[in-house]
Design a protein around this ligand. Structure first.
Ligand SMILES: *Cc1c(COP(=O)(O)O)cnc(C)c1O
Length: 366
């Protein structure tokens, strides 16, 4: 049996550190907005290469709260990828702004900067690139375009913690980065968590107020805020994991390289093609095939897990039926939804498991 994602080995690897973190918080008697969150924020900002980090309850609210902190709302437009997880869109529509979807590059999976320019209008306030599957979007081109037009860039870093573009970490490349610590992400909590990284002290300060009911001084409310706080226990666990993140991402790279090697030359199978300038962190290893159903069935029979990220693009979801962007509106995103398949991946996956997955796929497609 090869699971899609091994969620148990991390505890086996880090038990002493995680247990110590648990005891530290339990014995402190302090569970919300305390020393652990403060320390994690400093450590994670240093890791990402930003001046500030603000711990929040989850990745979706991290995206939404940055838009609110920029006063983006009804009448404003935000450029989003047509090919993404629905959270990216939900953040934009939650503040009442309009999503303007832009198709991925032909090699995929990320937003195509060449198509962004044509989608800009005088109402465009921000671009929200997503580093999907752990592969950085073309930030040099996106940031240059945004600077020329005087609009902001918020990176959706949920799938790409630790990834780099020309040596610089994602989350430090735009005006703000929104991170998720959902358990399955490259660095995950044991529950929900999120953060925003930024160099802008004003935005960091506003988010600190916003996450705590819009309050700086207890029971004095400056704005209509959220309850969106990273809790002490999760912050303590994340602090135990952060020193391992680069090594875990390196293990993912080795797994991806082995997949590249073992899956090469299989007819009808498209492998991920990462641009030269990108250092991805392989949140997912995603192949493409028109015979996806056959492959999934063969993997299942061999006891191998796989998942589809994502089977329905946001514009075809019931949730966005009111936008009336029917089938055919974003053909590249639609084609990806019909052909992508995520193979088992993770820092604790043994190399031999890659060989087993590859041979199961080869035997069905050859
Ligand atoms: C996971 C994810 C999110 C949302 O993060 P949560 O912490 O689950 O709210 C946003 N965007 C992308 C691309 C994601 O994969």
């Amino acid at each position: 049996m090869i699971p899609f994602l091994d969620m148990k080995s991390v505890y086996a690897e880090l038990k002493p550190e995680l247990d110590a973190a648990y005891h530290r918080v339990m014995e402190s008697g302090w569970f919300v907005l305390g020393k652990e969150v403060e320390a994690f924020e400093a450590e994670y900002a240093a890791f990402c290469g930003t001046k500030h980090c603000v711990g929040l309850a989850n990745g979706l609210e991290a995206l939404e709260m940055v838009l609110r902190a920029w006063d983006i709302g009804p009448g404003d437009e935000v450029i989003v990828p047509s090919n993404t997880y629905i959270a990216t869109w939900l953040a934009v529509t939650a503040v009442g702004a309009t999503v303007v979807p832009v198709e991925p590059t032909p090699a995929g999976p990320n937003i195509d900067p060449e198509r962004i320019e044509a989608a800009l209008t005088p109402r465009t306030k921000a671009i929200m690139p997503v580093h999907l599957y752990g592969e950085p979007a073309d930030m040099d081109a996106i940031v240059a375009l945004a600077a020329k037009r005087g609009i902001r860039v918020i990176e959706d870093v949920a799938q790409a913690q630790g990834a780099k573009v020309r040596g610089r970490r994602v989350g430090s490349l735009g005006d703000a980065g929104a991170h998720s610590f959902f358990p399955s992400k490259n660095i995950g909590a044991f529950g929900d968590g999120g953060a925003v990284t930024t160099d802008d002290p004003k935005i960091a300060e506003r988010l600190r107020t916003m996450r705590n009911y819009g309050s700086k001084v207890k029971y004095v409310n400056l704005e209509r805020g959220f309850n969106s706080r990273l809790d002490e226990l999760q912050a303590a666990f994340l602090r135990a994991k952060l020193p391992r993140l680069d090594a875990w991402n390196e293990r993912r790279r080795l797994i991806a390289a082995r997949y590249d090697d073992k899956l090469a030359g299989i007819p009808g199978l498209g492998l991920p093609r990462v641009p030269q300038w990108a250092e991805p962190v392989w949140h997912l290893y995603v192949v493409r095939t028109k015979r996806r159903a056959d492959v999934v069935k063969a993997l299942e029979k061999a006891g191998i897990g796989s998942l589809i990220h994502y089977p329905i693009p946001p514009h075809l979801q019931e949730a966005y039926a009111d936008l009336k962007q029917g089938k055919g509106s974003f053909p590249l995103a639609e084609e990806l939804a019909e052909t992508v398949l995520s193979l088992p991946m993770g820092p604790h996956m043994p190399a031999e498991a890659v060989d087993e997955v590859a041979s199961a796929i080869r035997s069905v497609l050859s």
